[in-house]
Ligand binder design. Sequence first.
Ligand SMILES: Cc1cc2nc3c(=O)[nH]c(=O)nc-3n(C[C@H](O)[C@H](O)[C@H](O)COP(=O)(O)OP(=O)(O)OC[C@H]3O[C@@H](n4cnc5c(N)ncnc54)[C@H](O)[C@@H]3O)c2cc1C
Length: 479
Amino acid sequence: MEAGLPDSGIIPDALTALTARARDDLARISHPRMPWLEPRVGPDGAAALDVLVVGGGQSGLGIASALLRAQVTNILVVDRAPRGLEGPWLTFARMRTLRSPKDYTGPDLDLPSLGYQAWHEAVYGPAHWQSLDQILREDWAAYLGWVRDTVGVPVRNETVVVDIAPAPGGLLAAILRDAGGESVRYARKIVLATGQDGAGEWWMPEFVRALPTHLRAHAADEIDFAALRGKRVAVLGAGASAFDNAAMALEAGAAAVTLYCRRAEPQVIQPYRWLTFAGFLRHLSELDDAWRWRFMSHVLGLREGFPQPTYDRCAAHAGFTLQSGAPWLSARVGEAGQVEIETPRGPAVADFLICGTGVEMDFARRPELARVAHNIARWSDRYTPPEEERDDRLARFPYLAADYSLLPRVEGETEWMADIHLFNIAATMSFGPSGSSINAMTTAVPKLVHGLTRGLFTADLDRHWATLKAYDVPQAVVR
Ligand SMILES: Cc1cc2nc3c(=O)[nH]c(=O)nc-3n(C[C@H](O)[C@H](O)[C@H](O)COP(=O)(O)OP(=O)(O)OC[C@H]3O[C@@H](n4cnc5c(N)ncnc54)[C@H](O)[C@@H]3O)c2cc1C
């Protein structure tokens, strides 16, 4: 497979050399390299996958890399997006640079030659890395493409998993849809590395959703910003994405952009900075429910604060206003076709609304989870927090097993879902930052893959016992 910047067609020598070094490093750490899995035969007579990974973003690539390192090679990653457009980076991520510090490692899984810094130095030179403030999101996307090729992760793009069902022989049947139609792939295990909305949907208030689509969007939607030139834009939410979308509208020439912050004061603390230390990232998931809930409901209750450059990008425009303590109470189409919004601070009018309002857990909305949605255990099924820590939104997060697999609400029903492992944002209440988080990849991906290999190994104990008893390879000759 050829390395290089996916779209430029240029293959700088330094990057070619780095690719070779990274592959050599991978070979050097491939102990124990003995194959240990035998493919199960699916109902179609073909070899079933050991693991199907849904989602070829950074998490899916990291998981597949870790599986390959563990000699779990009979795997496939699928992604609905075309190659290079996985995840948010080149679509709806509208910040100029990543918000996380440039030295956070992740998809490299602690192999320096596969890290972002090594890629950046190869492409732009070491001095450029030294002077770099934060990573351009286009570079992050290009880097992920390089990791994919360098490791040799098998990815099928433009392929959507539209259904997961139980299949004979303890297998799962994944229905894949691509341009050619639908097909089935059988797998022993399926990992859903499906990103921020992977266990629900991007959320907006019902009265906004009810508006015609030419008047409103979610921050994760495709938005024609050029069409907002000269318009009044109202943005709901004061997280980083809300600010990014406000900035895009301002830069496109919107006449006025008002950002409505629901809280009395905008949230400027970034709790993810506090928690990015090894103790928390490694061991939160081992704590009892009370402690996990206490920490994570506090963190996710605060939500993520926006960085200074994100704010400054908006504040640089005279047309920008930040309204605090101003949730939207209602919105309707006025007589002139504009949107009339009610807030506790009085009415407002806008030509276009953008909701930077995050995600909502709603398993039934995801086709791949539809068959088990009713029986996925949620935190509300397993733990009742003290009244002062109550949070109904977070109580809807799934309560996952130690290997990130789904647990049943009703024991004995849909038992096959124990082979579906969730590594998207929904894992966050059970594990802390894990799925959908760069800062946790180097701790969380190995933990997930440990759970996957444990399950694959223990399910094959009879075969391993039989091969041990039949093992007759002499190591020496006694003369
Ligand atoms: C706008 C934005 C900005 C962010 N900025 C930062 C940042 O600066 N720093 C940071 O540390 N984190 C950031 N994050 C958080 C996190 O790093 C990203 O969400 C990151 O993309 C998570 O990677 P992932 O692989 O888990 O999910 P994603 O990158 O979202 O990948 C999931 C993939 O799953 C695919 N998929 C989903 N469902 C299916 C299906 N049924 N069938 C097939 N494919 C499917 C999607 O097409 C997608 O490509 C940001 C998140 C967002 C949304």
